[in-house]
Design a protein around this ligand. Sequence first.
Ligand code: CTP
Length: 433
Amino acid sequence: MKRVITYGTFDLFHQGHYNILKRARELGDYLIVGVTSESYDIERGKLNVKDSLLKRIENVRKTGFADEIIIEEYQGQKVSDIIKYNIDLLVLGSDWKGKFDYLKNYCEVVYLERTKNISSTKLRSEGKIYRIGIVTDDTEDNEMVQESKFVSGLHVESVYSEDISVAEEFCDKYELDSYGTDYRRFLEGLEIVYIKAGIKKRAEYIRYALQHGRHVVSDTPMTLDTGEQKALFQLAKEQGVVLVEKLTLVYLRAFNQLVWLTHNELVGDVVAVKCAVSQDDFQGGKSFNETVSQALCACIKLLGKDYLDVNTNAVRGSDGGFVYDVITVKYPKTLATIEIGTTVDVENELVIIGSKGRITVPNDWWNTGYFEAKVEGQEFLKRYSFNFEGNGLRYLLQELTIMIRDKRTECTRLFYEESETLAELLKIIDQRG
Ligand code: CTP
């Protein structure tokens, strides 16, 4: 009996899927179909899958070609499956040509011609597309154009800048459809605006966009005026649109798991949280406020909104500029310390010190898929690792499209009140020195 296996996501099941399953079945006597799990697809950066795993399995089952259906959960699983299920032939579409030749040591590998003019990607693109515009003072997109390509239903179309030459250069650089200096006209063709203009005019741009019913992603902080921020959230709510800050940390799976484990007392009662960032290593924006925001966001997610006191200490250079900052945020039972190397190098790290151990996120902790825990009584370090791609923005954008679809205005990753606490802390810190 010849045993055949094939794999796929089988999203928005189409004729191409049907054909390959039929042909794979005809090449043997028993067909096993591996359907990718949701977390595997997220891990490999495929964020645009529409159908649930159960629906995709059901669609494969309904063809009647699969004798058995399994779930593909991790990279490298194919080798284990071939051995486990005693496979004679692996069938893949021609889009994978050559990529699995190394499996020829285990079984026969055949690549079948794809069915022309149909794919899940094509079907997904026929759905609703949200058009994004970028408001900027310079020609950097902070990866918005590239990252949006990983999320289905999004397209960056245009750019606005007060400076026409900046707008034109940006438009050419990222191959957008249009550019302009008339904010009102720029907004007309868009559903979403990404505002990365300087802090001075940021709130003004946000307010106008919200008043005109546009969803907004803003660089952080939106404003240093806490009253103004509150009013902007209120306006977003009234208008039924989304207003989110570009704090990618809260959308990362590793960070969310870390918060969850901390709240579930993995390392006992939290005594201290330490975050260190060299501003030079911090991508996107690179302003002091934006750098501190990520660290404050980590503290708020880990320790909550009810801080008691904030203190700042800084070393200045001979020109009076800030060189190194230490900020402490005191909570009833915990002390959070934020160390920023403004012009000097500090070791990037986030550490949570608890009564029963320590969690460490090494290196660029604001943009990570990894952390480790040393727990009292356990001999070995526990390591947590999630495949992570890009700069985190695609995960924020994916959530944004879901919020828009579900008509939710408040982001549950960072609630309005958490954002407001962050702005409040930032204002105090900004007045330092
Ligand atoms: N396939 C095919 N012909 C098509 C589309 C897919 O033969 N027109 C095959 C793929 O080569 C693969 C299997 O069907 O072996 C499952 O493919 P999958 O990646 O789930 O489908 P796609 O339509 O290619 O999805 P996407 O556009 O998201 O990559």
